[in-house]
Design a binder for this molecule. Structure first.
Ligand SMILES: [Zn+2]
Length: 303
């Protein structure tokens, strides 16, 4: 049995910090999403791209902060949602996991459809989470995230995401990259011109890349190879850290959720489904059995 590849997030800067890149290898993550939710390959790929988007946006998070990405389209998949934490953990699910053979979309774009929106929710622990929303451009997720950066953050960005599945539907490799030229710190015409030149140079290099699918090695993306393509003059690695599927759910949290529903509704659920109730976490598909005795009002008759 071969060991599962270790997914990583690698962040690098170049040109004195004015350009930066993040590379994700996500082979194990895609497999884990697919295994947990028993997804068709196309749904797993689409959901994994949304998870990659959340990870790409998670690099500035600290402590308990999180970022959630939701891609919602007019296509048959309807939506996929992922939340990343500050430590390389991400969880994700989609509106549905499988399609009948005749209805299964052939591509991620067909699954989401080109009309819809990409929603970014940043929970910085400061009360109301910050929300940004942009229209979907292609439904491929990668282009939609590019447009989000341009539209909401005024940062010219290139995002690539791809994956390879076997004919049997197993993920062989998947990965993602983001490369961007940061707005200049200075305000002079020279600063602006240098920024434009860097942006154009970066765009040309991204354009000249071989198809991402060809760059996907067995374990995912080879970050060093990709970074050398983006920054042939040299680069510095800022971070090389593990990423993995991780969910914040627990027995206690699920029981707390029931408590908030109120006793009447919970009693009704027990009457309909019997004991224990099997509560499923949407994000990770873990099942938590809950007994009446575990609830604050105990197993006494309602009165
Ligand atoms: Zn969970």
């Amino acid at each position: 049995m071969t060991a599962e590849p270790q997914d990583r997030m690698i962040r690098a800067i170049a040109a004195g910090g004015e350009v930066r890149a993040t590379i994700l290898t996500t082979t194990a993550l895609t497999r884990e999403i697919q295994r947990r939710h028993q997804m068709d390959a196309v749904v797993a790929a689409a959901t994994s791209r949304v998870a990659s988007s959340a990870l790409l946006l998670s690099t500035a998070l600290k402590g308990d902060q999180s970022v959630t990405i939701e891609v919602r389209g007019a296509g048959p998949l309807t939506y996929a949602r992922a939340t990343a934490d500050a430590y390389g953990g991400v969880r994700a699910y989609a509106a549905r996991d499988t399609f009948p053979d005749a209805e299964r979309p052939a591509t991620i774009q067909a699954a989401f459809g080109a009309e819809g929106r990409l929603l970014v929710i940043r929970d910085l622990g400061l009360g109301e989470p910050y929300q940004g929303v942009t229209p979907l451009i292609t439904g491929s997720v990668a282009h939609d995230l590019t447009f989000y950066y341009l539209n909401s953050e005024q940062i010219r960005t290139a995002v690539g995401m791809d994956e390879r599945f076997t004919a049997a539907g197993t993920c062989e490799a998947s990965g993602a990259f983001l490369v961007q030229a940061l707005p200049p710190a200075g305000q002079t015409v020279q600063d602006e011109l240098r920024h434009l030149a860097l942006t154009e140079q970066l765009a040309d290099r991204v354009e000249a890349l071989p198809p991402l699918r060809e760059l996907l090695a067995d374990g995912g993306l080879d970050a060093e190879v990709l970074l050398a393509e983006f920054f042939p003059e040299g680069f510095s690695i800022l971070e090389d850290s593990p990423i993995a599927f991780r969910c914040a759910c627990s027995q206690e949290r699920m029981q707390d959720g029931l408590r908030m529903l109120g006793r009447a509704e919970v009693d009704e659920a027990f009457a309909e489904e019997g004991e224990p109730l099997h509560l499923r976490c949407h994000f990770c598909n873990n099942i938590y059995p809950v007994y009446q005795k575990d609830l604050p009002w105990g197993s006494s008759e309602p009165g």
